[in-house]
Design a protein around this ligand. Sequence first.
Ligand code: COA
Length: 126
Amino acid sequence: AVDDNEIIGNVAYSPVFIAEKPDFHGYILAPLAVKPECQGNGIGSKLIDAGIKRLRSMNVTIVFVYGDPRYYERFGFKAELATHFITPYPLEWPFGWQALLLGEIEEPNAAVNIKCVKSLNNPKLW
Ligand SMILES: CC(C)(COP(=O)(O)OP(=O)(O)OC[C@H]1O[C@@H](n2cnc3c(N)ncnc32)[C@H](O)[C@@H]1OP(=O)(O)O)[C@@H](O)C(=O)NCCC(=O)NCCS
């Protein structure tokens, strides 16, 4: 998010992978931040809404996030759905692991491990 040539917010989305399911098409939303003095003006929401719209157009079926459920629930993220997917590292706050379904996915019989891109492959982030 840019205002008057200044970056005031940023969000990144990156793919996640399941070794046994090469066709799996999931992404993770991380990180998200809005400059403190610009918060509360809908910028975070716009970054999420725009990102999800773009992921839908790419036929992504599920989006994960690790953050405060009180914020992310308003976008439809659910902790229950995420319990089927095991994070790359143990979570400091397990209740923050959530997922949003964008398309149809095969419900896993048992929880499956997901892998993330190198920049998120850091236990301190989880
Ligand atoms: C979370 C964050 C990106 C939201 O950005 P924003 O531009 O202020 O978001 P919006 O203006 O779209 O939404 C603001 C609303 O979210 C609420 N909110 C923000 N953080 C929240 C949280 N952790 N829990 C619950 N609600 C939260 C605000 O109270 C406000 O509520 P309202 O709509 O009822 O007034 C921003 O607060 C931020 O950068 N925080 C620090 C970094 C961070 O926590 N990032 C998320 C990591 S997963």
